[in-house]
Design a protein around this ligand. Structure first.
Ligand code: UD1
Length: 367
């Protein structure tokens, strides 16, 4: 019987923790005689060690078989570069399936390229929607799902979104969350960053802040007001802010220096999640972080107007505050008065999603 080749696409930081469990499950099945094989394709959308290499190393992801080395650019430049280079690869050496995860530019670009060559597409984390077309990720989700054959979902809301779009039940697989597989597997390996002692951080005695969305960081005055609101609301507790390259450029222009606000480089996976696990609360505009805080039971405040992950709010510890600094002040007051909800863990976020995906793929792919 012939083997089946799956291209696993990874491009940007939030992809790496999502592919690791799928790769582990595929490796496990291969040892047991399974016929699925993979080729790991890194698009090069993220290329710094801090945004990419560290994650491969810490999560035990094998070295990519192919690196398309597209680097940075505008949305269209990045999309175009990935499509041109991935198409070239597929024409030279075709795959049987293209598996994409999440909602970054690499996800969309590779899904479209593969489908146009008649190669089936599987999308992991399919069907989630924020409804906010100002976010490039929302366009990426819609465009990817429009050319996806098989939808692997993290929530009932995602299933419902896909059903409403006319996708048949036989193409939707509610498997859970691979990002949470990675978190649960690594929970005991989490470790403090080198600055933990220098800053005299203590469990429950600091907050974590991450902001990188254009809507929050690209406008200097607004970014500055948000940072001031954080400082004012945290009762003197230190705030640790691992700064994404996009935000760093604006911070340098602002020349801001707020007492108690500690800027650091983007943290590797184990250090970042150690910080989150032991934080009093997390303030963020990330989507993935709201899932991780939900599983770790850490209060989370999201500085966005919408979420594509509503279960982190209805079931988990997350609240959507919008981007008004006053709303953040009010939420911090509630946190410090002890009024934050506890939350539960969403259905199937149990650490076994990667294995479920591989079992489904084995049943779907022709030999
Ligand atoms: C991307 C994802 C976003 C995700 C984020 C996590 C899209 C549309 N967005 O946004 O969903 O939350 O990654 O990090 O795909 N840069 C570096 N080094 C790198 C990568 C980027 O310095 O390794 C700088 C470049 O100047 C680049 C900028 O960061 O222009 C933005 O990078 P880009 O990949 O375009 O988007 P992100 O904002 O990182």
């Amino acid at each position: 019987m012939r083997t089946v080749l799956i291209d696993i696409i990874a491009g940007a930081r939030p992809n790496f923790m999502k592919i690791a469990p799928i790769i582990r499950a595929l490796d496990g099945r291969k040892v047991a005689g399974g016929l699925l094989r993979y080729r790991l394709v890194h698009t090069g959308q993220h290329y710094d060690a801090r945004m990419s290499g560290d994650f491969f190393e810490q999560l035990g992801i094998p070295h990519p078989d192919v690196n398309l080395e597209v680097g940075s650019g505008t949305q269209a430049e990045q999309t175009a570069a990935i499509m041109i280079r991935y198409e070239r690869l597929l024409i030279e050496a075709r795959a049987d399936l293209c598996l994409v995860v999440g909602d970054v530019t690499s996800t969309m670009a590779c899904a479209i390229t593969a489908q146009k060559l008649g190669i089936a597409v599987a999308h992991v984390e399919a069907g989630i929607r924020s409804g906010d077309w100002r976010m490039p990720e929302e366009i990426n989700r819609m465009a990817t799902d429009a050319v996806t054959n098989w939808f692997f979902t993290t929530s009932q809301t995602a299933n419902d979104n896909l059903r409403r779009a006319g996708i048949g039940e036989e193409r939707i697989f509610f498997v859970g969350n691979t990002m949470i597989d990675t978190l649960l597997l690594n929970m005991e390996r989490l470790r403090p960053p080198a600055f933990w002692q220098d800053l005299s951080l203590e469990p429950g005695g600091y907050l974590v802040l991450t902001l990188h969305r254009p809507s929050n960081v690209d406008e200097e005055a607004h970014f500055g007001r948000l940072l001031t609101a954080v400082r004012d609301g945290t009762h003197g507790l230190p705030i640790v802010f691992p700064v994404h390259p996009r935000a760093r450029k604006v911070l340098e222009a602002l020349g801001i220096n707020i007492q108690g606000l500690h800027f650091c480089d983007p943290q590797p996976y184990l250090e970042f999640n150690y910080l989150v696990r032991h934080a009093k609360a997390v303030i963020t505009d990330s989507g993935g972080v709201t899932e991780e805080t939900t599983v770790m039971g850490v209060p989370c405040m999201t500085l966005r107007d919408s979420t594509e992950r509503p279960e982190t709010v209805t079931i988990g510890t997350n609240e959507i505050l919008g981007t008004d600094p006053d709303a953040l002040r009010a939420a911090l007051e509630r946190l410090f008065s002890g009024g934050w909800k506890k939350g539960r863990i969403p259905e199937k976020w149990d650490g076994h999603t990667g294995e479920r995906i591989v079992i489904v793929l084995e049943g779907l792919l022709p030999r």
